[in-house]
Design a protein around this ligand. Structure first.
Ligand code: FNR
Length: 360
C-alpha cells in the first residue's frame, strides 16, 4: 500500500493500486512516445523563480475572478472523461469537491454521470465542455440542454478532430463505455477486437470539418460565453480573439493528442501576447505543484486547470480525494506566494520568473 500522500503526484500510485490496468492506463497515458506528456511537466521545472523579500506576506489572498465568478484560488478542474471508471461517485464526487473548495469544474462532454445529476448535486460554478457532433442538430440540442441546466460557459475543445494514438489504449483494447447522456441520440459504446474502441466512437461522431467560422454558429445558438480549449500558437490566439470568444485555454490535451506538440507552459506567453489582454487566457497540462501555478500566473495565465491529479484523487478516495488534491495545490501556492513576496495574485508579475532562454 502506498503511504498517505503528501503531494498531488503521490495520488498517482494510490490510483494505480486501485484501478484495473485498462482504466489506469487510459487516465495516465499519452499519445505515441508520450514526449509531450513528459515535457508538460519538465518544462515547468526549467523555469526558476525570482523571489522578492521584505514584503508584508502576513496575509495571503489567492482569490481570483474567472469570467466574473469569484473563486478561492486560480485552480480549476479540467474536463476529463468517464469518471465513473475511476470511482463510483464519478463526476458528482468531483463536482461536490469543487463546490467545497470553491472552484470551477469544467464537466466533460463524455461524463459518466448525467449532465442533470451533476447540475443538481452541488452549487459549484460549472462550465460545460463540448465536443462537436457531425450532426449540428444533435450538438445544438446538447448545448441548449447545458445552458438550461445552469452551466455557465461553453468550453469548445478544438484539438480532437481525430483521436491521438494512445498506444496503451490500443494495446489494452480500451472499451468505450455507454454514456446515458446520449441515450436516443447516438451510441458511445463500442468494442474493438483490434484496438481502442475510443477511436471508433470518435471517428463515428466527431465533426472533423469544424473551422473558425463555425464559432459564429455557436454564438448564434447560445448566450453562454465560449472558451476555446486546445490553442498552442499566437496565430490561433489572434483568430480566437477575432472570432469573438470569451477566453482561451492553452492546452495540448495533457499530451494525449499530437505528440511532439510543445509543453503548454512554453507557449503560454506567446498566446498571452497575441491576445493583447483582450480576453483571459487559462492553461492546463502538467500542473502538479503550487510553484507550477505561480509560474503560469507570472507568464500571464489567469488560472490553471488540473486534469489527471483530480482523476487520481477521485480514484484513490472519491470526493475526499479530489478535495485533498485541490487543497494541497492551494496550500503549496499560498506558501509559494508568501516566499516570493506576493500577497495577492495581482502581485505575481513577469519579473518573478526566469525562463531557460533568459538564463542562457
Ligand atoms: C482528458 N482531457 C479531456 N479534455 C476535454 O476537453 N474533454 C475530455 O473529455 C477530456 N478527457 C480527458 C480524459 C483524461 C483521462 C485525461 C487525462 C485528460 C484533457 C484535459 O481536459 C486536460 O487538458 C489535461 O488533462 C491537462 O493535463 P494534466 O493536468 O492531466 O497534466
Amino acid at each position: 500500500m502506498a503511504p498517505e500522500p503528501v503531494n498531488v503526484r503521490e495520488f498517482q500510485q494510490l490510483a494505480k493500486e486501485k484501478l484495473p490496468k485498462m482504466y489506469y492506463d487510459f487516465y495516465a497515458g499519452g499519445a505515441e512516445d508520450e514526449s509531450t506528456l513528459k515535457e508538460n511537466m519538465e518544462a515547468f521545472r526549467r523555469i526558476t523563480l525570482r523571489p522578492r523579500v521584505l514584503v508584508d506576506v502576513s496575509r495571503i489572498n489567492m482569490s481570483t475572478n474567472i469570467l466574473g465568478y469569484r473563486i478561492s484560488a486560480p485552480i480549476m478542474i479540467a474536463p476529463t472523461a468517464f469518471q465513473k471508471l475511476a470511482h463510483p461517485q464519478g463526476e458528482v464526487g468531483t463536482a461536490k469537491a469543487a463546490a467545497a473548495s470553491n472552484t470551477i469544474m469544467v464537466l466533460s462532454f463524455n461524463s459518466s454521470c448525467s449532465f442533470e445529476e451533476v447540475a443538481s448535486s452541488c452549487n459549484a460554478v460549472r462550465f460545460f465542455q463540448l465536443y462537436v457532433h457531425k450532426r449540428r442538430d444533435v450538438t445544438a440540442a446538447i448545448v441548449e440542454r447545458a445552458e438550461k441546466l445552469g452551466y455557465k460557459a461553453l468550453v469548445v475543445t478544438v484539438d480532437v478532430p481525430r483521436i491521438g494514438r494512445r498506444e496503451a489504449d490500443i494495446r489494452n483494447k480500451m472499451v468505450s463505455p455507454k454514456l446515458k447522456n446520449f441515450d436516443g441520440l447516438f451510441s458511445t459504446e463500442h468494442k474493438s477486437d483490434t484496438g481502442s474502441s475510443l477511436e471508433t466512437y470518435v471517428s463515428q461522431t466527431r465533426d472533423a470539418s469544424l473551422q473558425w467560422k463555425d464559432i459564429a454558429w455557436f454564438k448564434s445558438i447560445t448566450n453562454l460565453p465560449i472558451l476555446v480549449k486546445g490553442i498552442l500558437t499566437g496565430e490561433d490566439a489572434i483568430k480566437a480573439v477575432e472570432a469573438g470568444v470569451a477566453g482561451i485555454i492553452v492546452s495540448n490535451h495533457g499530451g494525449r493528442q499530437l505528440d511532439c506538440s510543445p509543453a503548454t507552459i512554453s507557449v503560454l506567453e506567446e498566446v498571452v501576447h497575441a491576445t493583447k489582454g483582450k480576453i483571459p487566457v487559462l492553461v492546463d497540462g502538467g500542473v502538479r505543484r503550487g510553484t507550477d501555478i505561480f509560474k503560469a500566473l507570472a507568464l500571464g495565465a489567469q488560472a490553471i486547470l488540473v486534469g489527471r491529479p483530480v482523476v487520481f484523487g477521485l480514484a484513490a478516495k472519491g470526493e475526499a480525494g479530489v478535495r485533498q488534491v485541490i487543497e494541497m495545490l492551494k496550500t503549496e501556492l499560498e506558501l509559494t506566494m508568501a516566499l516570493s513576496g506576493c500577497p495577492t495574485v495581482k502581485d505575481i508579475t513577469r519579473n518573478h520568473v526566469k525562463t531557460e532562454r533568459e538564463r542562457l
